[in-house]
Design a protein around this ligand. Structure first.
Ligand SMILES: CC(C)(COP(=O)(O)OP(=O)(O)OC[C@H]1O[C@@H](n2cnc3c(N)ncnc32)[C@H](O)[C@@H]1OP(=O)(O)O)[C@@H](O)C(=O)NCCC(=O)NCCS
Length: 179
């Protein structure tokens, strides 16, 4: 599935083969946002192999049907990504987590993050998931983005994670009902 947006941006839902092909570009994006100080699970000391290993794991999740992986292409180049993880528990068939919403620093502030979020909500809904959850670092641009897109902020847990430089970072939790 490809959602064509204002040219030359498109958002694409990848299958496992597409995810494997995208692995170098996705590793570039993750490495770039961490180098620019984003708290997204990695530290400044992480190396290229760590990012490649992470995306290889995500590719396996895509192949297993456990993860819906989106990429944003600008002029054909992958510059952003987002994931939807449908909850696997039998008592949460209606819920999914949104994760790793990332836009390369060279392409930020052009509406790509917003476009990724809108398509993530759309693919989640098509998968029957009507309650979405996510968390993000309390200081990042993503917090404003999620508030702007109508997500409900439920609070911040202090010292939940570390910034890439080792300093403390709280995580702010959100949900959105699509019903
Ligand atoms: C959070 C993130 C994904 C947002 O991506 P993005 O593509 O820059 O998002 P958008 O362009 O849709 O919105 C970001 C800002 O750009 C502004 N913007 C959007 N289109 C614009 C345009 N054409 N011109 C100028 N500004 C614009 C938005 O109003 C918004 O402003 P705000 O941050 O002051 O509220 C990106 O900053 C990122 O990858 N951060 C690091 C990783 C991270 O923390 N991810 C969240 C993990 S859950």
């Amino acid at each position: 599935m490809t959602t064509q947006l204002a040219q030359p941006l498109s958002i694409e839902l990848l299958d496992a083969e597409g995810a494997r092909e995208a692995l170098p570009a996705l590793s570039d994006i993750l490495q770039d946002v961490v180098a620019n100080g984003a708290s997204v699970g990695f530290m400044a000391f992480n190396q290229r192999e760590d990012y490649q290993r992470f995306w290889a794991g995500i590719t396996e999740g895509v192949a297993a049907g456990q993860i819906l992986l989106l990429v944003a292409r600008l002029d054909g180049r992958i510059v952003g990504t987002a994931q939807v993880h449908p909850a696997g528990k039998p008592n949460q068939p209606h819920r999914a987590d949104v994760a790793k919403v990332l836009v390369h620093s060279s392409a930020q502030r052009r509406g790509i993050g917003e476009a990724l979020m809108r398509v993530a909500e759309d693919v989640a809904l098509k998968a029957g998931r009507t309650l979405l959850c996510l968390d993000t670092d309390e200081f990042g641009a993503a917090r404003r983005l999620y508030n702007r897109l109508g997500w409900t902020e439920i609070g911040t847990i202090p010292r939940y994670a570390l910034m890439p430089d080792g300093s403390d970072c709280g995580s702010t939790f959100f949900y959105k009902s699509l019903e």
